[in-house]
Ligand binder design. Structure first.
Ligand code: AVJ
Ligand code: FE
Length: 448
């Protein structure tokens, strides 16, 4: 297969693109194979579409983006390409848009997916998918867009699966056993001195980035003190026991409203069993592992931080803690320049649940801050917004813009279900502050 050189001198290697596409599709199929057939129309999260939507969304998004918008060719089935075009993100259950009365039968969705796969593979193998005279195709933009979109939704699927009853899913063969660990280390902190943080990326420095990653810019960050480890279940249990969920003074106005309207008294991954707590593991309930990072909403994280007389890090502080060095240079990854592998953190679908904090010394940053990539996204105190120079991406112009509404918060890092390519420094994730279902944890900072 010929290699296609882009103007930045990197390659969208046709063979590599096809392999990546097929590997994505295989992983999606494996994730669906974990489901019992009865779960297919379930809606484990009321603020998202039912499961059936996602099996159609993945191929339909690829056809809409690469085949139709990119190559200007007709799609495969206009009905599916509208029905499965885009997910939802309502503020609360009262704002959930009406769903179709009946979704297409699964056999039809699978048949559509198979046709889509043939069309995408044919395009990647034989069509000019890096034409420089097309904004949608230049540098392989549409191809990268579909190749990174699929793993993002694999994470969506998995955090939905986490909410399903155990009778509706089963572990794939060879699934690793949960590592419960013992008591976590104490709550140690480290001082990060004032310095510069480079946010975003230069267009020419990365093969691909989503629109919200541009443009690159440098921010001056005052000194601060940051937790070496993520806040653990044990730490958060102290907040629960101290009545943190009952103290309005600790919560933002929206956070307090959400807490009250939904009767929230503990993290969504926890269940009370008498005087004890259970953690809803992916395939089995577990006695609350004290050393696992706590998974909570932004509202819960912020209330906890206030209770500790601290706050969440800004996006720029996360960058300083993760990528800065005392010499003033910045790294590509917390540990240096080597690409991510299994020794650096809990990411890339290696496991179905988190592991104790501090399990990957080889992943620590220059300051000794641990687990910055993997084991849970990290909430920041930064409202999701455009960087200076932002422009909507031609391959999917609504990717970010609809979410620049002041109601979404930046998350950095990555989780157990974040694919390696998404672990680049400039990648930004975001959710509403009242969304407690995602694999998101946090750490606290003090200073200025
Ligand atoms: C960036 C993870 C918030 O899941 O809603 C998927 C990614 N956008 N399809 C989401 C996304 C369109 C998005 N997040
Ligand atoms: Fe999507």
């Amino acid at each position: 297969m010929p290699e296609v050189e882009t103007e930045i001198g990197r390659y969208l290697d046709r063979r590599a693109a096809v392999d990546w596409y097929r590997a994505n599709r295989r992983r999606t199929a494996e994730i669906f194979e974990m489901l019992a057939p009865e779960a297919y129309h379930d809606r484990p999260i009321a603020l998202r579409n039912p499961i059936v939507f996602y099996e159609g969304h993945l191929p339909a998004f690829s056809v809409n983006t690469l085949v139709k918008r990119g190559l200007g060719q007709p799609g495969i089935d206009p009905r599916f390409e509208v029905l499965f075009e885009r997910g939802i993100d309502p503020e609360d259950e009262s704002a959930v848009p009406g769903a179709p009365a009946a979704w297409p039968p699964r056999v039809e969705i699978l048949a559509y997916g198979a046709r889509a796969d043939r069309a995408i593979v044919e395009a990647l193998e034989t069509k000019d998918v890096t034409r420089e005279d097309s904004p949608v195709l230049a540098r392989g933009l549409a191809a990268y867009t579909i190749l990174e979109h699929e793993p993002m939704h694999q994470e969506t699927l998995l955090y939905m699966w986490h909410r399903l009853p155990y009778g509706k899913k089963r572990a794939p063969e060879g699934a690793p056993r949960p590592v419960l660990g013992g008591d976590p280390p104490g709550r140690a902190t480290v001082r990060v001195p004032a310095g510069l943080a480079t946010l975003g990326a230069k267009t020419n420095a990365v093969a691909f980035g989503w629109d919200n990653e541009f443009a690159e810019h440098v921010v001056e960050v005052p000194g601060f003190e940051i937790d070496i480890d993520d806040v653990t279940n044990r730490d958060f249990l102290e907040f629960v026991r101290a009545g943190g969920y009952e103290r309005e003074d600790l919560w933002s106005e929206e956070g307090w409203l959400w807490r009250g309207e939904n009767d929230v008294h503990h993290p969504a991954f926890w269940e009370r069993s008498g005087d004890d707590w259970t953690w809803r593991g992916m395939f089995e309930p577990l006695p609350l592992p004290p050393g696992w990072p706590v998974f909570v909403s932004h509202a819960e994280a912020s209330a906890y931080a206030r209770w500790r007389d601290s706050r969440l890090p800004t996006e720029a502080e996360f960058h300083r803690a993760a990528y800065g060095t005392s010499a003033g240079s910045e790294r590509s990854y917390p540990w240096g320049e080597e690409p991510p592998d299994r020794t650096r953190g809990n990411f890339d679908f290696a496991r179905w649940d988190p592991v104790p904090v501090g399990s990957f010394p080889a992943g620590a940053s220059a300051w000794g801050v641990r687990d910055l990539l993997g084991n849970g996204w990290e909430w920041t105190s930064t409202v999701f917004g455009p960087f200076p120079g932002f422009e909507p991406m031609p391959s999917y112009p609504v990717y970010s813009t609809d979410f620049f509404d002041g109601k979404h918060w930046v998350m950095k890092g990555g989780s157990l279900a974040t694919a390696n390519p998404l672990l680049r420094r400039s990648f930004r994730n975001w959710f509403r502050g009242n969304y407690p279902y995602v694999y998101a944890t946090f750490r606290t900072v003090r200073g200025t």
